[in-house]
Design a protein around this ligand. Structure first.
Ligand code: VG1
Ligand code: CO
Length: 543
């Protein structure tokens, strides 16, 4: 087979963010763009000669075409075997599992996650290492460095084989193996959870809706919930993946999954509902009349994990990203297990999971997972909730009320200001950073600042450090606010403001979160001047 050595020049801006490289589809699909980034990734790894790689994505526009290019480049770079999800489909957690099960050297996951897809949407690509997790910062930095000095890429001249038919084919010296994307993952879930108990729960008349949001979890949820667990047909909504997610925004939160939230809030609503994002690693949990914040969900899952067979022996620790509420810390303290606070992004959990220091991890952005893979896992969280409900035979509302009565409630909300002017947003954060030292003891609207800092992290396992991970404002009385700029957006900047206030076990747990947080919202505005800096009166999204 003829291998081409194509001359190229570095392309600006190929810098991986919180979770791989994300760009507008129009930019990613310009001939040479993907090729440059893939070659830079291979070069950053010191080459991929003889490697086994897993490749799959969330099925968005350009997914199949991009996989064809990746196969041609893998062959030209001497990869021995590529394992591809049939039709190019692999959810992010299923890809992580596949890398681990098949002892692959790594994997390429094609997704821009919760960002909209389609010709006018976003596309993304990330590299995962042999533990199944996102490449750590040392590797992503190296990939970026390689993109700035690339002079050539290697690619097979011939078209890649079809990715639609199961089985092995040869492509030059490389084996292309097309596998069912669902089976291995579904089997892993059966190992972790009490499927008999969940089956009994459904048989008892318990009702559920799962919104796959026209994204990758459709086939996984249909197989697991409807086929293996006996939930009635129609439990899974929007279960057929489409290249543009039905024109929607596959982000499982109260804004973008509003139809599901409205259903749950109505009298005719199901007992339990959930949704997942574009690539299947996020989850939203709802009970009749109730939205469970991701931070609370993490705490409840940690406190009740022992009810599932996979965690019956107990957990070693809980890790959460810094902006995630401190609810999980209280559970860890009570259980007497480790609690970790990491920067935003799943890549920071990998070392803790590998070392056995943490078993359950979570982020306020609807990401929860455990040591069963090295990615967050939307369906895993849904199944653990189902397992807990099946064992406790209580409603979601009852589970939450009891949790708050035992641990107290961390009222929590995240406010996002999307596509704001990048320079203005950066200037606001920089100015705040410059004032941090003088903030302690000053008034902030209705509150006063106790201390303020810029979060920095030292990985306790490998000693690597990450600075400037978010401005933290701690207020007298225990409230907290965090501000940072998103690393997954593709246009302008997105400012995220994370708000939190603790209410003791014997306090009032029945308030609306926005009302409960009103003093914290006012305090942040007084300190940071968000309205002025962004020119916005209100956030675009509140979760
Ligand atoms: C966001 C979330 C972060 C998450 C990341 C990837 O990053 O805040 O918690 O790990 O998305 O999730 P940022 O930098 O935009 O805040 V996913 O489901 O988009 O891969
Ligand atoms: Co995602």
């Amino acid at each position: 087979m003829n291998m081409l050595n194509v001359d190229t020049k570095p392309i600006d801006g190929q810098k991986p963010g919180t979770s791989g490289l994300r760009k507008r589809t129009a930019e990613f699909s310009v001939p040479g763009y993907l090729e440059n980034y893939v070659q830079s990734t291979f070069d950053a790894l010191g080459g991929v000669l003889g490697n086994t790689l897993v490749v799959g994505g969330d099925g968005r526009f350009f997914n199949a075409e991009a996989i064809g290019t990746i196969l041609r480049m893998a062959a030209a770079n001497g990869v021995a075997r590529v394992i591809v999800g049939q039709g190019g489909i692999l959810s992010t957690p299923a890809a992580s599992n596949m890398i681990r099960q098949r002892k692959a050297d790594g994997g390429l996951i094609l997704s821009a996650s919760h960002n909209p897809g389609g010709k006018n949407g976003d596309f993304g690509l990330k590299y995962n290492i042999s533990n199944g997790g996102p490449a750590p910062e040392a590797i992503t930095a190296k990939i970026h460095e390689m993109t700035t000095k690339l002079t050539r890429y290697l690619i097979a001249e011939e078209d890649a084989p079809s990715i639609d038919t199961l089985g092995e084919t040869r492509f030059g010296d490389m084996v292309v193996e097309i596998v069912d994307p669902v089976t291995d993952y579904a089997t892993l879930m059966e190992d972790l959870f009490d499927f008999d108990a969940i089956r009994d729960l459904f048989a008892s008349g318990f009702t559920m809706k799962f919104d796959a949001m026209h994204a990758v979890t459709g086939p996984y949820a249909t197989e697991i919930l409807e086929r293996r667990l006996g939930a009635p047909a129609g439990t899974v909504m929007n279960g057929v993946p489409s290249v543009d997610f039905g024109g929607g925004h596959p982000d499982p939160n109260p804004v973008w999954a509003k139809p599901l939230v409205d259903l749950v809030m109505s009298d005719a609503g199901p007992d339990f509902a959930a949704a997942s994002d574009g690539d299947g690693d996020r989850n939203m949990i709802l009970g009749r009349g109730l939205y469970v914040t991701p931070s609370d969900s993490l705490a409840v899952l940690a406190a009740n994990a022992h009810l599932a067979p996979g965690y019956a022996r107990g957990i070693a620790g809980v890790a959460r990203s810094m902006p995630t509420s401190r609810a999980a810390d209280r559970v860890a303290a009570k259980l007497g297990v480790n609690a970790f606070e990491t920067p935003t992004g799943w890549k920071f959990f990998g070392t803790l999971l590998d070392a056995g220091h943490a078993t359950i991890c979570g982020e306020e952005s609807a990401g929860t997972g455990s040591d069963h893979v090295r990615e967050k896992d939307g369906l895993w969280a849904v199944l653990l909730w189902l397992n807990i409900l099946a064992k406790r035979r209580e409603s979601v509302a009852e589970v939450m009320a009891q949790h708050w009565a035992e641990y107290g409630r961390d009222y929590y909300s995240r406010h996002d200001y999307e596509e704001v002017d990048k320079a203005a947003a950066e200037a606001m954060i920089d100015a705040l950073r410059g004032r941090l030292d003088g903030l302690a003891g000053t008034a902030a609207g209705p509150l006063s600042v106790e201390r303020a800092d810029d979060f920095a992290y030292t990985d306790p396992v490998d000693g690597s450090t990450s600075a400037h991970q978010g401005i933290r404002l701690f207020f007298e009385g225990g409230a907290r606010a965090v501000m940072r700029l998103s690393g997954t957006g593709t246009v302008g900047a997105t400012l995220r403001v994370y708000l939190e206030r603790f209410e003791a076990p014997d306090g009032d747990h029945s308030l609306d979160a926005q009302e409960a947080l009103a003093p914290v919202i006012a305090a942040v505005e007084a300190v940071a001047g968000i309205k002025d800096a962004t020119g916005r009166d209100a956030p675009d999204v509140r979760t």
